[in-house]
Design a binder for this molecule. Structure first.
Ligand code: ADP
Ligand code: ZN
Ligand code: ZN
Length: 733
């Protein structure tokens, strides 16, 4: 008998066996349809054998094995297996989570894979034709040709929309030798190519170093200040590998950053097929891009964290931009770190990986300091005239302010307006104000389902929970004492926006936060508005801090940074430093010197002192020292077991039980289990949450312990309404 062992999207950590008389080892990695209970599921064949732990008469027969899609490469299957072991997540769910949704869909057939798109490109002969060569009365013909002249290319959807005769006309052009027809390369194309820049000395050094070791696994940490031209380093290294027909994977933290980087890569490599994979695509677009990567047609693959699971037959280089960014770690389901998996993949494929950042994570920086990663540094801005911004703290204990805006900041904004330069007011809190308070009895509006305060959204007169999304109208009077004098307390983006409108009635003010970019196209429209200089003052959250290049931005004002300084989260400071360096980096990018003003009550705090000197290295070293003495990562390895239940006591009780069944054998002597405690945000979406922290001196110790412990916990009798999960290398505690 022939048995296939199949990964299915079910929450049990095992493979499922089916009889498949015609299967052989060439089917490993292929998609298969199988009966499961009274359903049909799609799964992936992970192995083929003639054995099963299930008696033969009980085995069901598998359905169709999909031969249309090439099998997943062995290396990707290994990555899935590693992921399942390392994060203690069921193998079937790891595999199916990593695949495009359409492949997972029961009932999906490959005949529905989108057809290849035809497009027409201008030939060299066509380029020298001018519109006057076409008779003026042939209006459509002229229109069509002028589009071709402008873009160099025209795709089916565009010419079809233009006129029903377009196709016929294009064939006429073809007969004249002006255009050629071809199958569309993945994605859209820009024809205005941008020349390679002459690298600065530091860039040239970095490029040469990386290129000297392209055939081996080499993890590089590219630490370059904002504006130092890390992108140019990526591009030039990429160019070299593309010339060798290698594939390049580029990971970016945020979907909002993909269009920009995509445009940069497309312009530099206009004839290289590129696919971009992120959650903003519809499922058939994502499948198409994925297939193009999988069959080796796409040479550049660009995407957010989920793109780490893209199959690549000819990998040559992995780039992780802004590697310190927390969005590389998935916070639910399979809690993987795409950055860490990227390092795994690079080692597996024996290729270099470049982790780029202006403020590397302390983990990566530590790796570089102990020699596991190689450090490359860019100390200077790439454009020689662009100097680093000057950063100043404003001591809020002694400075008068109106609506959270201090006088020096108002003065600086005024001056910036006079000089027709852009300013950014950064406040990491959306909404009008973060709390609604009764002055008489001190009542504060809180969420019924979470241990959080409700945020006032004045524009639509609503109170909103930023954790669970719950909304309710603003109460006209205090529900506790009836006093109508209830007040929004504290400041968010909307309130600052209103205050600025009052202060600067003639300024063009634009607020950019998650509320204002809710619509799909809003983000691009906003970026265009900013780039066209139609904005004087931007009010925004960290959405604006990351990676965007606003050439006319000269002033950055930071309003409420202090809240992270004395947080219980040991990563809060690292995160704040990185965030402030990033916002500061927005100022004075091109030919305008930048200024950064930070309002604080703690102007002597080491974080601000390091920030003013823009000295990441010194700051990282003191932080690492603190982490070492307090036993925090990267000097120890952590995992956290989290439980949630309708009642806190139940969650805690469960965690105590798991602690009791943990065997700390001799070989785990370096494992420490802490007492179960309520989570910082105890109540979320109506459930109470508790957690148990596990600390180990080595990754290996931790893994050995977790494998055993996880099995024991899974074997505990299920409790209704209690859910638990293990988070390995958690970002937040
Ligand atoms: P980073 O990502 O390190 O913050 P960027 O890659 O965005 O920096 O580069 C900042 C600016 O410097 C960009 O406008 C880029 O075009 C420019 N730039 C980069 N390298 C060079 C170079 N070698 N010569 C001239 N300009 C450069
Ligand atoms: Zn009251
Ligand atoms: Zn809530």
């Amino acid at each position: 008998m022939t048995v296939i062992h199949v990964a299915l999207d079910v929450p049990v950590n095992r493979l499922f066996d089916y009889l498949a008389p015609n299967a052989d080892s060439a089917d490993i990695g292929r998609c298969v349809r199988v009966p499961f209970g009274n359903r049909q599921l799609s799964g992936i064949i992970l192995s083929v054998s003639n054995l099963s732990s299930v008696p033969e008469r009980k085995l069901k027969t598998a359905g169709l094995i999909d031969q249309a899609i090439p099998p997943l490469p062995q290396s990707l299957l290994e990555l899935f297996e590693f992921c399942s072991h390392y994060y203690h997540h069921p193998i079937g769910q790891v595999v199916m989570n990593g695949l495009p949704a359409l492949l997972r869909k029961p009932g999906y057939t490959t005949s529905r894979i989108p057809k290849q798109i035809q497009e027409w490109i201008l030939t060299d002969a066509g380029r020298i034709i001018t519109l006057s060569d076409i008779p003026a009365r042939s209006k459509t013909k002229r229109q069509l040709f002028s589009l071709l002249l402008e873009n160099g290319i025209i795709t089916a959807d565009i010419y079809k929309a233009m006129s029903p005769h377009s196709r016929k006309l294009l064939h006429e052009f073809k007969d004249l030798g002006w255009v050629e027809q071809r199958t569309a390369l993945p994605g859209k194309f820009a024809f205005s190519t941008v020349p390679t820049l002459a690298p600065t000395t530091e860039q040239a050094h970095a490029i040469a170093e990386i290129l000297a070791r392209i055939g081996t696994f080499t993890p590089w940490l590219l630490h370059g200040i904002t504006g130092s031209g890390k992108t140019e380093v990526y591009l030039q290294v990429a160019a070299s590998l593309l010339a060798q027909q290698k594939q390049i994977l580029v990971l970016v933290p945020e979907i909002n950053l993909t269009p920009q980087l995509e445009a940069t890569f497309r312009k530099r490599f206009p004839n290289t097929p590129l696919v971009s994979l992120h959650s903003g695509l519809n499922s058939s677009e994502r499948l198409q891009g994925w297939l193009q990567a999988q069959c080796g047609e796409a040479n550049i693959i660009l995407g957010t964290r989920l793109a780490i699971f893209t199959p690549m037959p000819r990998p040559g280089l992995i780039i992780v931009d802004e590697e310190q960014d927390h969005s590389f770690k998935q916070q639910d389901g399979l809690r993987y770190s795409a950055r860490d998996l990227a390092v795994y993949r690079a080692r597996q494929a024996n290729i270099p990986i470049v982790l780029g950042s202006a403020t590397p994570s302390l983990e990566s920086y530590h790796q570089a300091r102990i020699g596991r990663y190689r450090l490359l540094q860019l100390h200077a801005r790439a454009i020689s005239q662009a100097v680093l911004p000057a950063i100043h703290c404003i001591d809020m204990r002694v400075t008068p302010a109106q609506e959270r805006l201090s006088e020096p900041i108002l003065d600086a904004l005024r001056q910036s307006l006079d000089q027709k330069q852009q300013s950014l007011v950064f406040i990491n809190r959306r909404g009008y104000s973060p709390a609604l308070l009764c002055k008489s009895c001190r009542w504060i509006a809180t969420c019924k389902r979470c241990s959080s305060r409700l945020v006032v959204h004045l524009r639509n007169r609503q109170l909103r929970c930023h954790y669970c999304g719950d909304q309710q109208p603003i109460t006209p009077a205090c529900p506790q004492c009836g006093d109508p004098d209830i007040m929004p307390f504290g400041h968010g983006t909307q309130r600052i926006e209103s205050a600025l409108i009052k202060q600067f009635p003639n300024a063009r003010i634009l607020r950019v936060d998650r509320d204002s970019i809710r619509h799909k196209t809003a983000w691009q429209t906003m970026l265009d508005t900013i780039h066209q200089g139609k904005v004087d003052i931007l009010v925004g959250t960290q959405l604006l801090a990351k990676g965007h290049d606003f050439p006319n931005l000269a002033l950055v004002c930071v309003l409420n940074a202090d809240s992270s300084l004395y947080s219980t989260d040991f990563r809060a400071e690292e995160h704040l430093f990185s965030q402030l360096m990033q916002v500061a980096g927005r100022a004075g990018r091109a030919h305008i010197p930048g200024t950064v003003l930070i309002q604080t009550e703690f102007p002597q705090h080491p974080l601000y002192l390091a920030l003013i000197r823009q000295d990441y290295a010194a700051y990282a070293q003191t932080q690492l020292k603190e982490r070492k003495s307090a036993s925090f990562p990267p000097f120890v390895y952590l995992a956290v077991l989290r439980a949630e239940a309708p009642v806190l006591a139940e969650a805690l009780e469960f965690l105590h039980q798991t602690a009791a069944i943990a065997t700390i054998a001799k070989e785990y002597a370096h494992i420490q289990l802490f007492d179960p405690v309520p989570a910082t945000m105890t109540r979320l979406k109506g459930l109470e949450r508790a957690q148990l922290l596990i600390q180990a001196v080595s990754r290996k110790c931790l893994q050995i312990f977790l494998s055993d412990w996880h099995q024991r916990i899974s074997a505990l009798p299920a409790r209704s309404k209690l859910r638990w999960h293990l988070d390995v290398d958690p970002l937040t505690l």
